[in-house]
Design a protein around this ligand. Structure first.
Ligand code: GDP
Ligand code: MG
Length: 278
């Protein structure tokens, strides 16, 4: 005790030996390694989090992109018209004291390729599908999604991959009988996922499988785009097996035509994801 106080640089010999047993040394180096790893993980995660803060809204015309943007930003829909311009607005995420910039890229074929200008700065890409018409428009919707999948898988390996969210939107239009909003959202997701998987598989087969395949030439063209590679059995296109990463599905809807500001909307799942991942 006296030694400690008077000569801190020279602790008693006994203390030194107990401190430097092989076990303590192993323990010490182990904990040092853990601390270093934690610091490393912390900084790499921070880095990837700060690489992009855009949420891109993409998808075919009339899917509801502009309605989603205005609901996220103004908590209500504004009268929209077919736009040929990219809109961007900032959404505050008060819980995180952060903001996310939401970019609405019109689905018109001449403009939709603008996605490539924003993709490197994006946190996530939300592909908006009208779940009430996807049964009719499957091939065209799948063609558009294929462009996005191709853009994502073509990013250089050094680039942090944005998350891909697929919004099965206008789920309110699927409501039937006693269905709650939760069941119509699940119905929307199920429908959109099933139809897009089927249509993308047709595209994959027609591309890699050669000639005379049913479904080829829906738009009278043969594309050479990649982006449909899957790790599963025979490479069949399944979102769960997609080699480009995880694909998340959300059933969404917004109140159209003058919903009350701040009223509960059908974007809760998307907003929750933004709060958790921004
Ligand atoms: N019933 C319903 N209609 C919607 C919803 N979201 C958008 N709409 C309507 O769908 C149409 C197209 O929406 P818009 O946002 O312009 O689509 P965009 O072309 O993808 O930007 C508009 O008439 C909207 O009012 C929704 O969740 N439910
Ligand atoms: Mg629009």
């Amino acid at each position: 005790m006296e030694d400690d106080a008077s000569a801190p640089t020279a602790p008693p010999a006994g203390a030194t030996t107990t401190m430097l047993t092989p076990q303590t040394l192993t323990l010490a180096s182990l904990s040092l390694a853990v601390v270093c790893l934690a610091i490393l993980v912390f900084f790499t995660r921070r880095k990837s989090r700060t690489t992009g803060n855009l949420l891109l809204l993409v998808g075919p015309p009339d899917g509801g992109k502009t309605a989603i943007l205005s609901t996220l930003v103004y908590e209500q829909t504004l009268p929209t018209h077919t736009s040929l311009q990219t809109n961007a607005s900032t959404v505050a995420l008060p819980a995180l004291k952060k903001t996310l910039t939401v970019v609405d890229i019109p689905g018109h074929p001449r403009i939709r390729n603008q996605v490539n200008e924003y993709i490197a700065d994006s946190k996530a890409i939300a592909f908006v599908v009208d779940a009430s018409t996807v049964s009719r428009n499957g091939p065209a919707v799948a063609e558009h999604l294929h462009i996005i999948l191709n853009a994502l898988t073509s990013l250089p390996p050094s680039q942090a991959l944005p998350s891909l969210l697929i919004l099965a939107h206008k789920s309110d239009l699927l409501k039937s009988g006693t269905a709650t909003s939760a069941t119509s959202e699940a119905l929307a997701v199920n429908r959109v996922k099933t139809i897009l998987e089927r249509e993308l598989e047709k595209r994959r087969v027609s591309q890699y499988g050669g000639v005379g395949v049913e479904g080829l030439g829906e738009e009278g063209e043969r594309t050479e785009m990649g982006g449909l590679e899957c790790s599963g059995d025979k490479g069949v296109f399944r979102f769960d097996d997609w080699e480009g990463g995880e694909v998340l599905f959300f059933g969404t809807s917004v109140k159209v035509g003058g919903g009350e500001k701040g009223e509960m909307n059908g974007l809760v799942s998307l907003q929750q994801w933004m709060e958790d991942n921004a």
